[in-house]
Design a binder for this molecule. Structure first.
Ligand SMILES: [Fe+2]
Length: 402
């Protein structure tokens, strides 16, 4: 049973939440407390998986509380539930907060947010990996892309379109911007899979503040042992994204599916990026073993070393960050999509096939192995389409990488 701590200085709000969430009693163990100090005392004594806090509270406010929770208990999922927040306060909240919900919040949205954030918890076995994912404010970007975005937003001629293009070309920036727009920080209601649209919604001034003051992006200070693997990861992610989009287009998918396939492909190795950035030495050991013995299964080796795979870790991170479910599924199941065969053709199908085609065309070095699951495609009635996808995708990746 999940343990959830609600923090709000208004007793009427707490009793309202208690009443509204009564049907969840069989699934959640809920504790309600009136302020930041009391919450920290409870957290020091008892285990919780999620903290949901009000923003404006006397004494310690919600942002300060979640900052402390991030520091003292990094594996806990941190959510703000706020009735009134000004722009400056929202900007302060972006760092320590995983997700942001507006009051009044329907029980359905609150439950879906918590359940989605915790959905993949059980697939990541090692507590250290969960803690690593939940503790992060940002993922690192290549210095050249980081410098490009800083220059673009600092230039009097800087354009939103160009900023959107730069962000969409990078794994870490795409993930972060999608977290911000999908978490209702800035009041966007529908779920967004396209960082270009996210940037247009936020506007140049907000993006400037997020990049320059809040530091939502960071520069990758690459460990030399992983340099080659990191370079491959960035370029292969773009090619898998481009190929996944191509497959979605070949199947005449709706615009939304095409976007989700592209960004699912861009983000499918976000878990590897996390491991390369924060466990460089151990992950370079994994990659060396795979290079020496290419017949080994990458996910089996990762599980043996870390207690979790790059697919599960990446999906867990994006789940905590509140990204659309179709992108999370594409990340979680890109090697083994069979459990979702019932769902039919979708972004996952495109990402799985694109990852397999990319590995097949370019070799499976550095942990990019992925083989196509033909029985999954057969279950979808698409096995005859695979040769066409392969043919059409052959040149697509090179275009994307150019
Ligand atoms: Fe993979």
């Amino acid at each position: 049973m999940k343990r959830i701590l609600f923090v709000d200085d208004e007793p009427a709000v707490l009793s309202g939440l208690q009443r509204m969430l009564r049907p969840m009693r069989d699934h959640w163990e809920m504790t309600f407390t009136g302020g930041g100090e009391a919450a920290l005392e409870l957290l020091a004594r008892e285990d919780f998986e999620v903290v949901i806090s009000d923003m404006r509270m006397p004494g310690m406010d919600g942002v300060q509380l979640l900052g402390e929770v991030q520091r003292r208990h990094p594996r806990i999922v941190r959510i703000i539930l706020s009735g009134h927040a000004d722009h400056e306060m929202i900007l302060r909240a972006v760092g320590p907060t995983h997700q942001f919900l507006n009051k009044p919040c329907s029980p359905e949205l609150l439950c879906a947010t918590v359940e989605r954030a915790c959905a993949l918890q059980d697939r990541v076995v090692a507590p250290g990996l969960k803690e690593l994912a939940a503790s992060l404010d940002s993922l690192p970007s290549p210095p050249v892309i980081y410098n490009q975005i800083v220059a673009e937003i600092g230039s009097p001629a800087g354009s939103l379109e160009k900023v959107g293009e730069i962000i969409a070309s990078d794994v870490a920036m795409t993930a972060k911007v999608l977290q911000i727009v999908n978490s209702a920080f800035f009041g966007m209601r529908q779920r967004v899979s396209d960082p270009g649209l996210a940037v247009r919604f936020l506007g140049l001034e907000t993006i400037k503040a997020l990049v320059l003051s809040v530091h939502i992006f960071s520069k990758y200070d690459c460990d030399p042992r992983c340099e080659q693997a990191v370079r491959e990861l960035w370029s292969a992610s773009a090619r898998v994204g481009a190929r996944a989009r191509q497959i979605a287009l070949l199947e005449k998918s709706a615009r939304e599916i095409v976007d989700q396939a592209f960004f699912g492909g861009m983000l499918h190795h976000v878990g590897q990026l996390l491991l390369l950035a924060h466990a460089a030495e151990r992950y370079s050991g994994v990659l060396q073993r795979l290079q020496a013995s290419p017949e080994l299964d990458i996910e089996a080796v990762e599980f043996e070393v870390f207690g979790g795979t790059h697919s599960d870790l990446g999906a867990y991170l994006l789940g905590i960050w509140g990204l659309p479910g179709s992108i999370i599924e594409s990340v979680a199941f890109h090697h083994h999509p069979a459990p979702l065969a019932q769902a039919g053709f979708g972004p996952l199908t495109c990402v799985h096939a694109a990852a397999a085609i990319t590995a097949g065309l370019e070799g499976g070095s550095s942990g990019r192995q992925c083989t196509v699951d033909l029985s999954y495609l057969e279950a979808l009635g698409l096995v005859d389409r695979y040769p066409l996808w392969l043919e059409e995708c052959r040149d697509q990746g090179e275009v994307a990488a150019a």
